[in-house]
Design a protein around this ligand. Sequence first.
Ligand code: GLN
Length: 496
Amino acid sequence: MLDSASEILRLQASGEASAVEIIKRSIEQIEASQDKINAYTCVNAELAIRDAETVDVKRKSGQPLGKLAGVPVAVKDILCTTDMPTTCSSKMLENFMAPYDATVVRRLREEDAILVGKTNMDEFAMGGSTETSAFGVTRNPWDNNRTPGGSSGGAAACVASGTVPLSLGSDTGGSIRQPAAFCGVTGLKPTYGRVSRYGLVAFASSLDQVGPIAWSVEDVAVLTDVISGFEPRDSTSLNQEPPCLSSVLQSNDLRGLKIGILEDALNSEGIEPSIRQSVIDAAETFKQAGAEIVEIQLPHSEHYVPTYYVIAPSEASSNLSRYDGAHYGHRSAKVDGDLLASLGPLAATYCKSRSEGFGTEVKRRIMIGTYALSEGYADQYYNQALKVRRLIKSDYDAAFSQVDLLLGPTTPTTAFPLGERLDNPLQMYLVDLFTVGANLAGIPAISLPAGLNSSGLPIGIQLQAPALQESRLIFAGSAYQAMTDFHKLRPDNFSF
Ligand code: GLN
C-alpha cells in the first residue's frame, strides 16, 4: 500500500482509505523500522496526522485537492522546513528551525502532500554512505550491515523500507542516484536549474540539485512535475515552463531512440561483474523495444572524480564559511585559555565553534577547498578544474550530437559493508565515478533498479540525457520498467 503514490491516491479516491489512515500506517512503519534503519532525523507524527485530517475534510466537502493529496512524503534534512528542524545531519545546525519552507517543500504542501519527516544524510551532504551523519548511520533495508549509500541515504532507505512512497533528496555528485541504486529504488537528478534550490542548504552551488526518489519511474515523474518550475527567489532557477513528465510514460515502444552504451564505464577497473552484466542486459531490453544501441565514449571520464573533488570542496569551503557561531550555527559555550589568548575573542569563537560543530569529513572538504582556492594554488587546482570541466561538458555535447541517451552503470559496486570505506576517503570518493559527470555537465540522469547480485543486493543502471531532456529519461525508463520487474523487488522484511 505504501509503496506507490498512485495506489495511495487511488485508495483515497475510491474511499477505501482515508488520508489519516494512510498517514498512521506510514508512522507505524517508521516506528517499526527506525531503530534498525535510522532513516529519519525527525518525525512529526502529530502534525502529519493533522494535515491528513485537513485533506480528509477537503475531500468530504468536495473542495479541490492537490496532485499528491494525502500521500506521505519525507524530505532530506538539507531542505528547509518551518515545522521541523533542518540539521543537515550536523551538530553545527542541531535544533536549527528555518524561518521559511524550501520552494520544493512549499510546492509539496500546495499539492496536499503530507510531510511525515526529515531524512538522515551525510553531514552537509558530503559523503557516499550516510556514515558521516552526526545522528548515527542509516542502514540499508536490504542488508542492515551495509550502507544505504549517500549522501541521501535516509531518503533512499525510507522509501526502500516502505515508510513512504516518495522522498526528496539532493544530488551534488550522485547523492540521489547512488543511494537509489544501493537501495533498489528509482532516483532522478534533474537538469541544473530545473528544480529550485531556494531553501536547499548550499553544499556546492554550481552542482547541487534537488530531486525525487520512489519505487517507480511513474512516481518519480509525478513528483518531479510537482517540484519543477521557476522560482524568482533562486537566481539559478530556469525561467521556463517544464514539460509534463507524467504524460510521456511509455510501455514498450522506443523506436527512433538512439542509446549510447558507455563502453569505457563497463570496462573500468573494479566494476562488479553483475553490474556490468545488468547494463548489457538493459541494452538488450531497450533494443527489444526498438531502440538503436551504439557504443560511445566520453574521452575525459577518468578526470571526472578529480575535477569534482576540487570544484565541490572549493565551493563548499566558501558556502560553509557562514557557520562560525556568530552569523550562523553552533556556538561554543566556552572560549578561554590559550586559544583566547592567541586569537582574541572573535577568532577564538569562530575557531572553537567550527571545531566543535563540524565532523571530520566536512573539515577535510573545507581544508581541501581552502587550499585549492588559495593564492598561488588556485591556478593549479581550482582554475584548472574549471577548464577540465569545460572539456567534460564538450564530451557530453559531442556524445549527444550522436545519441539521444547514454546508458551505463550508476555505481561500480553494490552496497558495501558499513565501516569499510570510512577511513579511506579516496575509496569512498571512487564510488562517485559514474555519477559526478552529470553534475559537472549540469545534465539530468536517472538510476533504475536492474536486479540483484548473487548476494541479494540491488544493482542500479543509469541513463543520462542532454540538459532539459528529463522527458527522455522518463520515456525510456518507464518502458524499461514496463518490460522488467526489477523495480517490483522488495527487501525480505518489507511489509505494507
Ligand atoms: N559522494 C559525493 C560527495 O561526497 C556526492 C555527494 C552529493 O551528491 N551530495 O561529495
